[in-house]
Design a protein around this ligand. Structure first.
Ligand code: PAF
Length: 280
């Protein structure tokens, strides 16, 4: 694996790769790689001849009181894991200047109305920061394919909408959620949980499954959502939101919506926010 830390090194390495035929797949991450990330790389390897992973904890997507400083950084372990997966290139910028250069104006993207709903309501500006960095990475790397995890459902929809206009040639792939044995969706933020909290967290997935079941049994949507919030609260998982939306994240007003849809939930447990969803 070629490790690049500056734009110059990145460009030089990509130039070599672009001389050969084949497709390049990008897996953008913030590091602290777990099996969820590795599944993205494995999927990318099935779709492309070359893979590039980026590790960059993007300051623009963290709010003032969020965990930018304490976000887990595990560079050496991450490099070992990427080598094992036979990732071809790693771009791990030595500082944020290598992504957002002081010599060019940052193209700040706006995530619109959807960007201020669901997670965006709790994290104002978060998705603007995500879109801004993903757009920049697409500009720097020019991938054929980019892979994002389905756990961050709203992120993946917003990136899809952004790419439709700014990067129509990039083929976006959504990779399925990877779960631990107890059902919790893998996330770097699970590291903040004690063992007891991690076991409690499993109730979010349980709640999503129960809600899908109830919907399929034609129970009233309003009642399903109320029951879900009561259930989560009873388990000491404080719901930030719990909603049903269509697969593009439009509101569903009908009770018996037949199209693709998704239950999405976000809960807080001891200051750690966890998100999860089920598509059906
Ligand atoms: O999902 C993430 O890890 C980040 O939001 C991403 C897409 C790498 C952008 O910083």
């Amino acid at each position: 694996m070629v490790i690049t830390r500056t734009r110059e090194e990145l460009y030089k390495t990509l130039d070599e790769f672009f001389k050969q035929p084949g497709k390049l797949a990008l897996i953008p991450t913030m590091g602290n790689l777990h099996d969820g990330h590795l599944s993205l790389i494995r999927l990318a390897k099935l779709k492309a001849s070359k893979t590039i992973t980026t590790i960059f904890v993007n300051p623009l997507q963290f709010g003032k009181n969020e965990d930018f400083k304490k976000y887990p950084r595990t560079e050496n372990l991450d490099i070992e894991k990427l080598k094992k997966e036979k990732c071809d290139i790693l771009f791990i910028p030595s500082n944020s200047e290598e992504v957002f250069s002081k010599y060019e104006k940052v193209k700040n993207l706006d995530s619109g109305i959807l960007g201020s709903e669901l997670c965006g309501k709790i994290r104002p500006g978060h998705f603007n920061g995500v879109l801004t960095v993903v757009n920049k990475l697409f500009e720097l790397i020019n991938p054929d394919i980019a892979v994002f995890g389905a756990k961050d459902y709203q992120q993946q929809i917003l990136i899809k909408k952004m790419a439709e206009t700014l990067h129509p040639k990039v083929n976006l792939i959504k990779a399925p959620i990877v779960r631990s044995k107890n059902g919790v969706a893998l996330s770097s933020r699970n590291n903040y949980l004690s063992e007891k909290e991690f076991n409690i967290a499993a109730n979010l997935f349980k709640c999503l499954k129960r809600s899908v079941n109830s919907y399929q049994k034609s129970e009233e949507l309003e009642e399903i959502l109320d029951n879900a919030k009561t259930f989560l609260t009873s388990k000491k998982l404080m719901p930030d939101y719990f909603e049903l939306r269509d697969s593009e994240l439009n509101y569903i007003s009908k009770n018996n919506y037949k199209g693709d849809k998704v239950f999405l939930g976000s809960v807080t447990i001891n200051n750690t926010r966890l998100i999860d969803n089920i598509e059906f």
